[in-house]
Design a protein around this ligand. Structure first.
Ligand SMILES: C[S@@+](CC[C@H](N)C(=O)[O-])C[C@H]1O[C@@H](n2cnc3c(N)ncnc32)[C@H](O)[C@@H]1O
Length: 262
């Protein structure tokens, strides 16, 4: 792994472990929250008979939604031991311990046998991985033939402004985001067909509104981030303001993609 990528990976894991992230984003660490997770599960044909894998599951909120609302058995995996511990505790507290399990693993080296899941999900995380293509190959490998993948993530339609090209822009999945066509190509290259991409920019307006409502805690966020992360991290409030402008100008958006393993 290159030094820059290692820096990004460790910053990302540290950032998403901070309690302030949950204060700002809520339980779901992705635009669209629970509503988009339900759409993704429904579009990947999840049913009570399904075994589902949620890669980079964070605190396990999506795993619990898919288990509770769709009746599926869900395995969540993430690189962060802290997030996984939160996930296990929340699942126990919500009576979903039998339907959910959580495993520490890297998206690029999934410790599961080939053809062991009916659906694989990856929300707002592909852009964070060292190598998106190898993560997609893993998501393909562990799927049963005919199984569906569902992803949601940022895409770019223009080069990112300098202010969003720092560590925080990368951790927020914007700086490294591919174009819509690059996602389509990457899914096809990984062996998927029936690729369907929907632009879901409504999720970004919701996310920014929610963060605005919680803006008062950004001072705390900055102090907390600065103590945990490198000095070159940037000012979260300024980066968010620039992100909002960039989205409004059409430079970035959010998509949901589904495809089938044939
Ligand atoms: C933006 S959060 C998304 C969490 C969750 N999918 C959600 O939508 O709530 C990104 C997550 O990716 C995890 N992560 C980052 N790099 C990873 C990797 N290489 N393998 C597995 N998880 C990773 C982080 O620990 C973090 O929990």
């Amino acid at each position: 792994m290159s030094a820059a990528r290692r820096n990004l990976a460790s910053c990302c894991v540290q950032l998403y472990e901070l309690p302030i992230v949950e204060h700002l984003l809520g339980q779901s660490f992705h635009p669209g929250g629970v509503k988009l997770t339900r759409q993704l599960a429904s579009s990947t044909l999840v049913s009570p008979q399904s075994d589902v894998l949620d890669v980079a599951c964070g605190n396990g909120n999506s795993a619990r939604i898919v288990a509770a609302d769709f009746g599926a058995n869900v395995t969540g995996c993430d690189y962060s031991a802290v997030n996984l511990e939160h996930a296990r505790i929340s699942s126990r507290e919500s009576g979903l311990a039998e339907k959910t399990k959580f495993v520490r693993a890297s998206a690029e080296q999934l410790p599961f046998a080939a053809e062991s899941f009916d659906a694989t999900l990856c929300e707002c995380s592909l852009c964070l991985f060292e190598n998106m293509d190898s993560a997609l190959q893993q998501l393909h490998r562990v799927l049963n033939p005919g199984g569906r993948i569902g992803i949601s993530d940022f895409f770019l339609s223009a080069p990112v402004p300098k202010s969003l090209d720092g560590l925080l822009g990368r951790v927020l999945c914007v700086a490294n985001a591919p174009s819509v066509e690059a996602y389509r190509e990457a899914l096809s290259q990984a062996g998927f067909d029936f690729v369907r991409i929907r632009i879901v920019n409504w999720t970004l307006a919701d996310m920014i509104k929610r963060i605005r409502q919680r803006m008062k805690v950004l001072t705390t966020a900055k102090a907390e981030l600065n103590s945990a992360l490198p000095a070159d991290f940037g000012d979260p409030a300024l980066v968010l303001a620039d992100l909002e402008k960039f989205i409004a100008s059409g430079g970035a958006g959010y998509l949901m993609a589904t495809a089938r393993k044939f």
